[in-house]
Design a protein around this ligand. Structure first.
Ligand SMILES: [Zn+2]
Length: 341
């Protein structure tokens, strides 16, 4: 379907170029308009370059990435090409690669480990959980790879975002060594900070991944975003705004748009807070943004935890899980900026 749309889109561009040429020519010779034959148009369409494939020790490798952002999903990558070796037969790559293919890596999910460096390595390599990358907290320049990017790591668990579920299948996971949180007598969580070195590592790694797989901003998420009733990580100390401002990674709202919504939101919160229709409106807005929350019209526990996850990410100064005018204004500003397609 996407392929068909692309072809239609390309044709439109080509034809609009052709008609511009005609208009130009018409200004010189108004009585004899020149109509370009379709074959002439075809010759103007550039041939897509074939990715170079080299062989080393019986394994074929792409040496270039011919990913084309204008196509959105027809891509070929760097790295090794996994092929069958059927007994008695030869697998040939004469017609390789087909245009209709895409990356399975469509999400980038960030986590904290909640345990120190040495334990993080043990747990993520020896137990039933894993991530593609582990960012340590040792102030060096190393990032540990634990799982091949083409393989599934077990980091997301039961999860959802917009219409997608079980995001282990379609994501790259990055774990960051961090102590997580402590809870005081009143139940308030206090989260441990990340070091600047860690954030620089995460940013460089995330940037590399989102560019190679063309992962959209709407799919760069916290574990808490995709599993809000179970998870908090990477929590409110993770600087999402810095990643957006300095590295163009992930989503963030526009301040002026937020202020516009805030003026109206203040009124809503003095008059409508407990109206089921208002709660439903907010739950629907959370769903629209991507969260897997039920819209039952009540301030239930799942809704509170979802609001908390949203606040960790976009309003980390106060993450009490209570919807307020500022949180509501930010949510609306984000929904306007990143509409569901
Ligand atoms: Zn996690």
């Amino acid at each position: 379907m996407r392929k068909t749309l692309y072809i239609i889109g390309l044709s439109t561009i080509v034809f609009s170029c052709t008609s511009q040429q005609n208009v130009k020519k018409n200004t010189y010779k108004p009585k004899t308009p020149v109509v370009q034959p379709k074959t002439a148009v075809k010759t103007q369409t550039p041939e897509a370059p074939k990715p170079k494939v080299v062989s080393d020790h019986g394994v074929d490798f792409f040496t270039t990435n011919i990913a084309d952002p204008t196509k959105n999903d027809n891509t070929a990558s760097y790295g090794s090409i996994v092929s069958a070796k059927p007994g008695g037969y030869k697998v040939v790559k004469t017609y390789f690669p087909a245009v209709a293919q895409n990356f399975r890596q469509r999400y980038l999910i960030l986590h904290y480990t909640a345990i120190p460096d040495d334990k993080s390595i043990t747990v993520l390599t020896q137990q039933a959980v894993s991530a593609h990358y582990l960012v340590n907290n040792m102030g060096d320049n190393e990032i540990y790879q634990l799982v091949d990017e083409n393989k599934r790591a077990y980091h997301a668990g039961v999860s959802s975002w917009r219409s997608d579920k079980n995001l282990n299948d379609t994501s790259i996971g990055i774990e960051i060594v961090n102590a997580g949180y402590t809870t005081d007598a009143a139940g308030k969580r206090t989260f441990a900070p990340f070091s600047d070195e860690q954030i620089r590592k995460v940013a460089a790694l995330a940037k590399d991944i989102v560019i190679r797989y063309q992962i959209p901003a709407t799919n760069v998420l916290a574990h808490a975003d995709i599993a809000p009733t179970r998870k908090q990580d990477p929590g409110p100390m993770f600087p999402w705004k810095k990643l957006y401002d300095e590295y163009q990674i992930g989503m963030w709202y526009d301040e002026a748009v937020k202020q516009n919504f805030f003026a109206i939101a203040q009124e809503d919160f003095t008059t409508r807070y407990n109206e089921p229709s208002f709660v439903f409106l907010i739950q629907t807005a959370l769903q629209k943004f991507g969260y897997g929350v039920e819209a039952g019209g009540k301030w239930d526990d799942a809704t509170k935890k979802t609001i908390e996850a949203f606040q960790y990410h976009y309003r980390p100064q106060n993450y009490d899980g209570m919807m307020d005018a500022e949180t509501w204004a930010i949510l609306q500003a984000l929904n306007q900026k990143y509409p569901t397609k």
